[in-house]
Design a protein around this ligand. Sequence first.
Ligand code: B12
Ligand code: SF4
Ligand code: SF4
Length: 399
Amino acid sequence: MEIVYNHRKRPVTIEQDIKSLALSIGFDRVGITDAAPFVRDEAAAAERVRSGLMDGLHWYTEERVRRMNRPKTLLEGARSVISLAMSYKTTEPPHASDVPRGSVARYAWGRDYHSLMKSRVRRFIREMPEVAGAPLRARYFVDDGPMNDRAAAERAGVGWFGKNTNILTATHGSWVFLAEVVTDLKLKPDRPLKKTCGECVRCIPACPTDAIVAPYVIDNRKCISFLTIELRGAIPKPLRPLMGDWVFGCDICQEVCPVNRKAASSREADFGKRHDFDAPDLLPLLSLDEDGFRQRFEGSPIRRAKLSGLKRNVCVALGNIGDPSAAPALARALHSEDALVRSHAAWALGRIGGDVAKPALEAALVRERNAETLEEIESALKAALVRERNAETPKETSA
Ligand code: B12
Ligand code: SF4
Ligand code: SF4
């Protein structure tokens, strides 16, 4: 191993210099592993695909699983993988509660992490050869490439797998984004941490949709993060009442995690909240058009849901919040050009019921031409009627 000396004449390894460089560029944790395959993770992920738990993510195939767990297939001559983590934990802003508001996963409160992390990783790679004292080849991954980010982070000692499948770091909890640099530079690997969740299982029963089907195993199809961000099309009806007010992503299994209680905050101002992104006022979102959506969510991860998906999520959240003040806006959404929005607005009106919802649903029943939406309106009307009947039936008292 090559050893260089700093000005105090203490030996400093290339590995230490590379880590110092990463920290100076803004990463919060850094670790190194070799480029051997992630054998356990490949087997687990392939099994997950075969058993249908990754259904809905059409790009998540067995072929992708093979590539993302074999760093040597990603860069010719790959010898090391540098795992980088950056905290996105920013402080919770206060909000007035006079209007129905939704919840947005913390990672989406600020600027899109892909662009920010990518520019930092590029800088890291540019400056690495000088630190290493040798030319090198490198390829980087920030979430969207064929690389198993969590498997690399675990083996590089950046953190450990929580039972909710998130990587937990000792300093910043699981509120970290992960990225990797695969390089042909030979570096001394770090050891995986010895830490585990121990006896704790808090996140498992906390998941409202029971998506954590076993420790370290998520059923993607039930995860609110998948339902609100990745799913195109209707949200399965049995899951809607369980989704609460989440309109983009979900943080419940991280919020309940005791390790996150002590998590240090992000140094990155760009991850800080933008106006009304963390707990958006829901009703104005229902009347956004494509231009308005683009302007409002410029540079935000929320754009990934697309306007149609976001409005669908807003309808579900409003149905779950159950505030009658949302009924007029939902009634207008029954006139949307988008059948997906009409269907979910109908569902929400069925949950809210009352003097605005019922006539709006009856009128929609007459004009609707889309078969699936018609079915949604019919069952929403039934739900509204049951609600009305229950409200009229006097409750038994013990007196
Ligand atoms: C697909 C995906 C999703 C899917 C599927 C989630 C999932 N659990 O895989 C959906 C859309 C639901 C999702 C949601 C979220 N995601 Co996501 N997602 C990914 C992506 C693109 C691939 C992950 C993957 O391969 N999953 C496949 C399954 C098989 O892997 P796994 O669940 O991690 O399971 C592993 C363990 O079971 C392990 N294992 C097997 N046996 C055993 C046994 C033991 C004892 C142990 C310890 C481990 C272990 O092997 C498996 C494979 O590595 C990565 C980016 C990337 N390229 O890696 C981001 C990524 C995992 N997501 C991320 C984030 C932030 C989220 C959300 C928090 C966003 C949100 N707030 O809404 C949620 C968290 C939900 C959750 N509890 O996992 C971060 C996680 C950062 C971290 N600290 O871990 C990543 C790494 C993106 C990034 N670069 O920062 N995500
Ligand atoms: S992100 Fe939400 S829905 Fe997904 S596993 Fe965690 S608690 Fe469950
Ligand atoms: S809540 Fe408990 S079991 Fe779940 S990830 Fe955190 S420490 Fe692990």
